[in-house]
Design a binder for this molecule. Structure first.
Ligand code: FAD
Length: 474
């Protein structure tokens, strides 16, 4: 295939930073530009343990501020890193090549909610939960629900195509983005998409930007699709003595024409880590848990929950805890929500992979993971969204086990790809998985992606050093 395949080197001249700071102060405003060491340290991180100091931080309040900052960076050829709340798990907003961080957190307004059109328009740094709560006041629902919804931003969710617990029924961020206002690499402001629920006029540029990890443009307005709020949500926590029974139940639920709102599983190590955590009590014989939510009209969800409980019993569930009220649901979900912090009781370091496989292959992969760990010292907690095949594999380890974990992850990624799965269902690639891109993507796919990147960002200034394999990027 012959496509534009130029590899871009960043011409990053340190002396240009001082020029950029002067121009930023005059064109974006003195009070919105920071290059003191305290601020630079604060913007060196995301939720991974990577860090790298930026040279300058800009805190825009309008699209025009973003456009001006990007234009300056483009003219002076300085790397540009867009940043939302910094909750990313793959190093997405870490300024690994220095340069300029554009912290968009001040652009956090909900511009409009239109119940009649089932749409909302927001600035990029509206916190996900805030949007969910505000549209909820109109009895509307914005379904994408990453576990970080209390802190992550819609812009960050769009850039990573965030998923979450409701994916099995409602899909992921991609399914709810209708339109975008984007600042392109040279500072041009472009709009794409419509406020209609359908549009097939030309290429779907909006979708191309979703999941682009800050490498194609910076979103300054986002049009989202809403749906009516389900009237009732009920939950059940089903406890099993083994993972196989839990997985069989998940399959049975879907095979019995029930599409639950969530279908979450926790394995033995995940349970071990939360047992007794913050007063949670889970009986010793429990080695797998399912948390299943159903939502919709009251009579329908009651019927669905009865069916689910019957199927849990058929598959040897030892305890069933039904939650009818919000408080009861909180309790049922507390074990799941506690896993991430509780895991650190096991070991100080965590590699959290977010593989996704066809549902029929979940057991195959979990068995392979188990086998690969035999004879090693690594404890791995598997939990996640078995409804859509997206499992979080958490390799808990110590400093001297890093190499071993890397080897185990590399092996498991090969197996995942071999069964038709993906190395990332929702966290993105960033820096943490770029070395594995070639194990999943064909050379043709990678060539087209590289060509698109070069078309949108010929100087390679937007989030440089991310997503593409390092040797392809340099
Ligand atoms: C405890 C915890 C739980 C999590 N649970 C989930 C989960 O269930 N599902 C899930 O999918 N993820 C989850 N995440 C990961 C993370 O929250 C998501 O990736 C989220 O979408 C990141 O949003 P952010 O605002 O923090 O973005 P950041 O971390 O600031 O940035 C992430 C990426 O988006 C780019 N970006 C940010 N804003 C813009 C913009 N306006 N325009 C263009 N690019 C932009 C950045 O350059 C970067 O590449 C979790 C993280 C934590 C810490």
């Amino acid at each position: 295939m012959k496509l534009f395949k130029k590899k871009v080197k960043i011409q990053y001249k340190v002396e240009n930073v001082a020029k950029a700071i002067d121009r930023l102060k005059s064109e974006v405003g003195d009070s919105r530009v920071y290059n003191n060491i305290e601020e630079r340290i604060c913007y060196a991180f995301d939720a991974t343990k990577q860090s790298s100091l930026p040279d300058v931080i800009v805190k825009p309040e309008t699209t025009e501020h973003v456009a001006a900052a990007v234009k300056i960076a483009n003219e002076l050829e300085i790397p540009i890193y867009a940043r939302g709340a910094g909750t990313g798990l793959t190093g997405g907003c870490v300024p690994i090549k220095g340069g300029m961080v554009i912290d968009i957190m001040k652009m956090n307004k909900i511009i409009e909610i239109s119940p009649h059109d089932l749409t909302a328009v927001v600035e990029p740094c509206v916190i996900t939960k805030h949007l969910q709560d505000e549209v909820g006041k109109h009895r509307l629902f914005y379904p994408p629900d990453p576990s970080s919804a209390d802190s992550s931003t819609i812009g960050g969710n769009v850039a990573e195509c965030a998923g979450g617990i409701t994916g099995v029924k409602y899909g992921v961020t991609r399914n709810y983005i209708l339109s975008l206002e984007v600042v392109l690499a040279d500072g041009t402001i472009m709009k794409c998409g419509r406020r209609t629920l359908k549009s097939v006029t030309g290429y779907d540029l909006t979708r191309l930007f979703v999941g682009s990890e800050g490498t194609l443009g910076i979103f300054t307005k986002i049009g989202v699709r809403l749906i009516p709020m389900p009237k009732k949500i009920l939950s059940v926590q089903a406890q099993f003595t083994n993972v196989d029974d839990a997985l069989a139940t998940g399959d049975d639920v879907i095979n019995n024409n029930v599409l639950p709102r969530t279908l979450e599983m926790m394995d033995e190590i995940s349970i071990k880590s939360v047992r007794d955590y913050g007063g949670l009590k889970i009986p010793e014989e429990v080695k797998a848990i399912l948390i299943i939510d159903v939502d919709g009209q009251e009579t329908a969800v009651l019927e669905e929950l009865d069916t689910i409980e019957e199927l849990c019993r058929k598959n040897n569930a030892v305890h069933l805890i039904r939650a009818n009220t919000t408080e009861e649901r909180e309790k049922v979900w507390a074990v799941r929500r506690s896993i991430s912090p509780a895991l650190y009781k096991i070991a100080p370091l965590k590699i959290n992979e977010d593989i996704c496989v066809p549902r029929s292959k979940i057991k195959v992969i979990l068995d392979k993971v188990k086998k690969s760990l035999e004879g090693t010292s690594i404890l791995m907690a598997a939990f996640g969204h078995i409804g859509d095949g997206n499992i979080h594999l958490n390799y808990m380890h110590h400093e001297d086990e890093k190499e071993l974990v890397h080897k185990l992850v590399t092996e498991i990624f090969k197996e995942v790809v071999a069964v038709g799965g993906t190395i990332s269902g929702e966290h993105g690639i960033g820096t943490t998985k770029q070395e594995f891109m070639r194990s999943e993507l064909t050379p043709e796919e990678l060539t087209v992606m590289r060509s698109l990147k070069n078309l949108f960002d010929p100087k390679g200034l937007l989030n440089p050093g991310k997503m593409f394999p390092v040797d392809d990027d340099e």
